[in-house]
Design a protein around this ligand. Structure first.
Ligand SMILES: Cc1cc2nc3c(=O)[nH]c(=O)nc-3n(C[C@H](O)[C@H](O)[C@H](O)COP(=O)(O)OP(=O)(O)OC[C@H]3O[C@@H](n4cnc5c(N)ncnc54)[C@H](O)[C@@H]3O)c2cc1C
Length: 439
C-alpha cells in the first residue's frame, strides 16, 4: 500500500530543523502511494475529485475500518467505562494494534503501516467518533504524544523494547512531562535523573499522567544536568514497574472519565542509561517536536464530535415544540447552528492546510498553534451553545452533549493552553514583548 518516496524526501532536505525532523526522521519518508495525491487530498483535491478537500479512497478505507472497530469494540462499552473511571487500555489497544491503528504513520519495520501524516490525521478525525473522548485522547497519547520522539531519535534497541510492543498494542504508554509546579512552563520541571555510573537515579513527580495507572512505560522528561533550562533535559523510556515508582489514586475530573489520570512519584528510581532517547540534553527540543504532532491530532480529534453534536442538536430542535412552534424554527436557533457549522468548516480548512504545509516540509508551528487555539475555543463555543438548546436534557449526565461539553473542555487546557498557543503565535508575529524592561 505504501512505498518509500525518496524523491519527495529529497525536497525536504535543507528545510528548517523543526519541520525537517517532523517530516524526515532518517533522510527518507514513507508516503502514500503517490505523494502528490496525499498532498492533494488535503489541499487541492486529487485529480478528478469533485470535492477539493476530500480524502482519497485510501484515507476513507482507513476511516471505515476504524469506524467498524469503534462501533463494535468501543462505543457499546463507553457508558460502563465512564462509570468505572477507567477503560481497559490493554484490551482496546490490542484490538487497535492488531488492526494497525497504533502505528499508521510509523515505519513498517517496527510494525507500523508506513503511511504519511495525512492518514494519521484521518485516523484522529475518526477517533472523534468515540463517544467518550478520554479514550480517544489516550489512544492519541500512545500514537502521537509518547512515541514520536522514540521513533525519531531512539536507539534501535530501545525501539525494539518499547516502540514495537506499543505499536502492536501489547504495551500501554504514558507521557510524563507536566508536574505539580510546571504545566504550561515545561522548562521549569523539577524531576531529576542524575547520571550515576551506568544508570540514572530519578527523583521527583509527574502530574496529570494519562493512562498512568495501567501504563507499562513512560516517556519521561527529566533534568539530567544543572545547565540552562532548555539544554539540561532529556527524554527517557521508563518502565513503570521499577522499584521506587508510586502511583496515586485516580484523579476525579470534570470530564474524560473513562481515561485514568494519576500523579506519579519517583523515589530513587534506577534506570539504565541506555534507556535515554537520543542525546542527553536534547529532551526539551525533542518534546517540543512531539508537541507539534500532539496539537495537530488534538485539532483533528474535535472535528467529528463538533460536527455530530451540531447535527444532533438540529434533530432535537426540529422535534422539540415550544410556544406552538418547533425550537429549530426560531431564527436565533437555526442561524446560530449555521454559524457554528461554518466555524467548524473553517477549523477543518485551517487544519488541512497546516497538514499539507507540514507534508511539504514547511515550519508549521504558527499554523499548528492557530489550529489548536481554534480547536479549544470552538469546542467550548459549540458544546455550550448546543447544550443550551437541549434545555434540562442537556444538563443530565446521560446526554452526549453534556459529556462532550465536559470532555472537550480539556482541549483549551491540555497539550498547551490557549494562552500558550497565543504566545507562540505572537512570537511568530513578532509582537511578544522580549524582555520585562520593554513594558
Ligand atoms: C485530564 C488531563 C490529562 C493530562 N494528561 C497529561 C499527560 O498524560 N502527560 C502530561 O505530561 N501532562 C498531561 N496533562 C497536563 C496538561 O498538559 C497541563 O494541564 C497543561 O499543560 C496546563 O498546565 P497546568 O495545568 O499546570 O496549568 P498552568 O500551567 O498552571 O496554567 C494555568 C492557566 O494559566 C494560563 N496561562 C498559561 N500560560 C499563560 C501565559 N503565558 N499567559 C497568560 N496565561 C497563561 C492558562 O489559562 C492556563 O490554563 C493533562 C492534563 C489534564 C487536565
Amino acid at each position: 500500500m505504501a512505498r518509500c518516496c525518496a524523491a519527495l524526501a529529497g525536497r525536504w532536505l535543507g528545510e528548517p530543523a523543526v519541520a525537517q525532523a517532523l517530516r524526515l526522521p532518517r533522510g527518507t519518508r514513507r508516503c502514500s502511494s503517490s505523494p502528490s495525491s496525499a498532498e492533494a487530498a488535503l489541499e487541492g483535491g486529487s485529480p478528478g475529485s469533485a470535492d477539493p478537500l476530500s480524502y482519497t479512497e485510501q484515507h476513507r478505507a482507513l476511516r471505515e475500518a476504524l469506524h467498524k472497530i469503534i462501533n463494535k469494540e468501543i462505543n457499546p462499552f463507553v457508558d460502563q467505562w465512564e462509570e468505572e473511571r477507567i477503560f481497559p487500555a490493554h484490551h482496546v489497544f490490542k484490538i487497535l494494534g492488531q488492526a494497525g491503528f497504533l502505528g499508521v504513520n510509523k515505519a513498517t519495520k517496527y510494525g507500523g503501516q508506513g503511511l504519511d501524516l495525512t492518514h494519521q490525521i484521518a485516523v484522529a478525525e475518526e477517533l472523534g467518533n468515540i463517544t467518550g473522548l478520554g479514550i480517544a485522547m489516550a489512544i492519541l497519547l500512545q500514537t502521537d504524544m509518547a512515541t514520536p520522539a522514540l521513533e525519531r531519535f531512539g536507539s534501535e534497541e530501545l525501539k525494539q523494547q518499547f516502540l514495537v510492543p506499543s505499536i502492536a498494542g501489547d504495551y500501554v504508554a504514558c507521557l510524563g512531562v507536566s508536574e505539580p509546579g510546571a504545566g504550561s512552563d515545561v522548562a521549569n520541571i523539577k524531576t531529576k535523573a542524575v547520571p550515576q555510573r551506568g544508570d540514572y537515579i530519578i527523583n521527583g513527580s509527574k502530574m496529570w499522567t494519562t493512562s498512568g495507572s495501567q501504563a507499562d512505560w513512560m516517556c519521561l522528561l527529566a533534568n539530567t544536568s544543572a545547565g540552562p533550562a532548555h539544554l539540561n533535559k532529556s527524554l527517557l523510556c521508563l518502565p513503570m514497574n521499577l522499584a521506587g515508582i508510586h502511583v496515586s489514586k485516580k484523579i476525579e475530573k470534570l470530564g474524560t472519565w473513562a481515561s485514568d489520570t494519576v500523579q506519579v512519584f519517583f523515589e530513587d528510581v534506577r534506570v539504565p542509561r541506555k534507556f535515554l532517547i537520543g542525546e542527553e540534553g536534547q529532551g526539551f527540543r525533542y518534546q517540543m517536536l512531539q508537541f507539534q504532532e500532539e496539537r495537530m491530532n488534538s485539532s483533528a480529534l474535535v472535528l467529528s464530535p463538533l460536527t455530530n453534536i451540531i447535527q444532533q442538536t438540529i434533530e432535537y430542535a426540529r422535534d422539540r415544540v415550544l410556544f406552538n412552534k418547533r425550537l429549530l424554527d426560531n431564527q436565533v436557533v437555526h442561524f446560530r447552528l449555521a454559524e457554528l457549522a461554518t466555524e467548524v468548516e473553517l477549523l477543518r480548512s485551517l487544519l488541512y492546510r497546516t497538514v499539507a504545509q507540514c507534508m511539504r516540509g514547511h515550519d508549521v508551528t504558527k499554523l499548528v498553534s492557530m489550529a489548536k487555539l481554534k480547536a479549544g475555543r470552538l469546542s467550548r463555543e459549540v458544546t455550550d451553545s448546543c447544550l443550551q438548546y437541549w434545555g434540562g436534557v442537556g444538563y443530565t449526565h446521560q446526554a452526549l452533549v453534556s459529556r462532550l461539553f465536559r470532555d472537550l473542555r480539556l482541549v483549551s487546557i491540555g497539550a498547551g493552553a490557549d494562552e500558550v498557543m497565543l504566545s507562540i503565535i505572537c512570537k511568530y508575529m513578532d509582537t511578544l514583548p522580549r524582555t520585562k524592561s520593554a513594558k
